[in-house]
Ligand binder design. Structure first.
Ligand code: ADP
Ligand code: ZN
Length: 525
């Protein structure tokens, strides 16, 4: 719909070929470039390695004039400048790690029009003096790399980035493009608001990693489950994430006992041990790295065949980053997450106990809800994951819910039984107790409190406990029940839960998987 004039289109392709030596744009690059060349401001969200730099470098050269690139890291600026110079593009970086003379020489080449692209840190750009000087030059484009640094919601907030909010007004004739690899809804909205006063086109692209088969499994005896999973994939490189250092050590030891070449990696180890483990993992085939999230930053190993989460990750964003370490070579790879309400409670406690304001806690609680929603979704997992990053796609055919679609049934009876038991016991008990009551399991805790005399006691004896646990998890994911963060992880009714209990609202649930699998096995025989 927004085709460029033929001359611009031809020039764009010529620059791609002659300056960078590429024949084709990557998915996502062209839309960003076209919008900029058509005179619009852009927020581009693309994963690491997708080719964000080209999104501003090509328009910079096509438009002519000067492009200013804001980057938070000096090393990154120097890399980019070196790369551009190799491509024969005159680029400069002005920053505090260079001598005054070098910076003056760079500025001369910028001011004379010789340099086409100049890199600067935000604090250097946003001085009145620099903005005044740039105002007298034909600045056609300003690119803000790592734009999520402007958001206080993200994990890499930089106060210097906030001053960039004045850019739009300080250089009114330049097009503005913000680029980032990490931006969920909240962060995206924040960038749009702070940098563009809401007026920019935003593009989210290329998050899909179709070669990674995604699945989520119930967390029951996870040590055994991990051992089975890993030992049934002998000789493959994999990563197993665990939440705590202790679990990392335990899991690694157990795998080694089972004959797996497993290494541990966490922040509690000596730096030398950590780098030795990392080097072994990179150099040798068939090593399984059991690690906390401390592992993975900047690890570039292309043939990691699986990433297992023994505990739920911190957010969908973290999950995406972490599973992205599998299958970089494009060959089939797997991501498997074990998930249970225990983990949800642990995460909720982290959020509640962290030292931050309520707004921040609310944001994090919403992120956790999104993760739980992903774990309990009855539609395509990849669709759910990509939708979180603002990318719309069809069902993928390469996730557990696509390959074995859960049947969705009316769950009003089940939901009311559980919600009724939660309400009748004072919203203080965890999932295990509520499920025990539903199936009519007698124990001292049950009889001691007289819970065996509740009207709902044993009314769910027609289904096994595992199925009831599944229903509890779905009610949590649907927002009908809330997991309290306290020591007992008590379940509480939300207003939605109250409406379902009163029959004012219906509820659909997934038909339990165990039964389906059994049925299939039976019909196959
Ligand atoms: P990002 O900043 O998104 O992490 P980069 O801009 O560093 O990614 O690009 C990653 C790599 O992809 C670079 O080696 C770059 O040369 C390469 N690349 C970018 N665009 C293309 C393209 N259209 N065709 C081929 N390679 C490309
Ligand atoms: Zn799918």
């Amino acid at each position: 719909p927004n085709a460029l004039p033929p001359a611009l289109e031809a020039e764009k392709r010529r620059v791609l070929k002659t300056a960078f030596g590429f024949d084709e744009f990557r998915p996502g690059q062209e839309r960003v470039i076209d919008a900029l060349l058509s005179g619009r401001d852009v927020l581009a969200v693309m994963p690491t390695g997708a080719g964000k730099s080209l999104c501003y470098q090509v328009p910079a050269l096509v438009k002519g004039g000067l492009a200013v690139v804001v980057s938070p890291l000096i090393a990154l600026m120097d890399d980019q400048v070196a790369g551009l110079r190799l491509d024969g593009v005159c680029a400069e970086a002005i920053h505090s790690a260079k001598s005054r003379e070098e910076n003056v020489a760079s500025w001369r080449r910028v001011a004379s029009g010789e340099a086409k692209i100049v890199y600067m840190a935000p604090e250097r750009l946003m001085t009145d003096r620099m903005l005044g000087a740039l105002g007298r030059l034909p600045v056609s484009l300003v690119a803000i790399d790592e734009a999520h640094c402007i958001s206080q919601w993200g994990h890499s907030f930089r106060a210097e980035y906030l001053t960039l909010g004045r850019l739009r007004e300080a250089l009114p004739d330049a097009r503005l493009v913000a680029l980032t690899a990490t931006a969920d809804d909240g962060t995206r909205a924040d960038i749009l608001d702070k940098l563009f006063a809401g007026r920019a086109e935003s593009f989210v692209a290329g998050f899909d990693r179709p070669n990674i088969a995604i699945s989520v499994a119930e967390k029951r005896d996870v040590g055994t489950a991990i051992e089975r999973y890993v030992t049934s994939r002998p000789g493959l490189s994999g990563v197993v994430y665990r939440l705590s250092r202790k679990k990392v050590e335990e899991t690694a030891a157990r795998l080694r006992d089972a004959g797996v070449n497993a290494l541990a990696y966490h922040a509690g180890m000596e730096a030398s041990e950590r780098s030795a483990a990392q080097e072994t993992f990179l150099a040798e085939p068939g090593v399984v790295m059991v690690a906390t999230v401390a592992f993975g930053m900047g690890i570039d190993k292309s043939d990691v065949r699986y990433v297992v989460h023994g505990d739920i990750p911190g957010s969908l964003e973290a999950y995406y980053q972490e599973i992205g370490r599998a299958g970089r070579d494009g060959a089939p790879a797997e991501a498997l997450m074990f998930y249970g309400l225990e983990d949800v409670r642990t995460r909720r406690r982290f959020i509640d106990e962290q030292d931050s304001d309520d707004e921040r806690k609310r944001v994090e609680a919403r992120r956790l809800d999104a993760l739980v929603g992903f774990c309990e979704t009855t539609s395509c997992r990849r669709q759910t994951l990509l939708a979180y990053f603002g990318e719309t796609t069809g069902p993928c055919g390469n996730c557990d819910t696509c390959l074995d679609p859960p049947e969705v049934i009316d769950g009003a009876r089940e939901a009311r039984l559980l919600l009724g038991l939660v309400a009748a016991t004072g919203e203080r008990f965890g999932a295990a107790h509520i499920v025990a009551l539903a199936v009519g399991h007698l124990s001292e805790t049950v009889t001691g409190r007289g819970h065996d005399r509740l009207p709902g006691f044993g009314k769910g004896a027609d289904r096994p406990a595992a199925e009831w646990r599944g229903v509890v998890r779905q009610l949590v994911a649907l927002g009908a029940l809330k997991v309290e963060s306290g020591a007992y992880g008590g379940l509480q009714l939300t207003p939605k839960g109250g409406r379902i209990l009163d029959g004012a609202e219906g509820v659909m649930i997934a038909k339990p998987k165990e039964k389906k699998r059994e049925r299939r096995r039976m019909t196959a025989e």
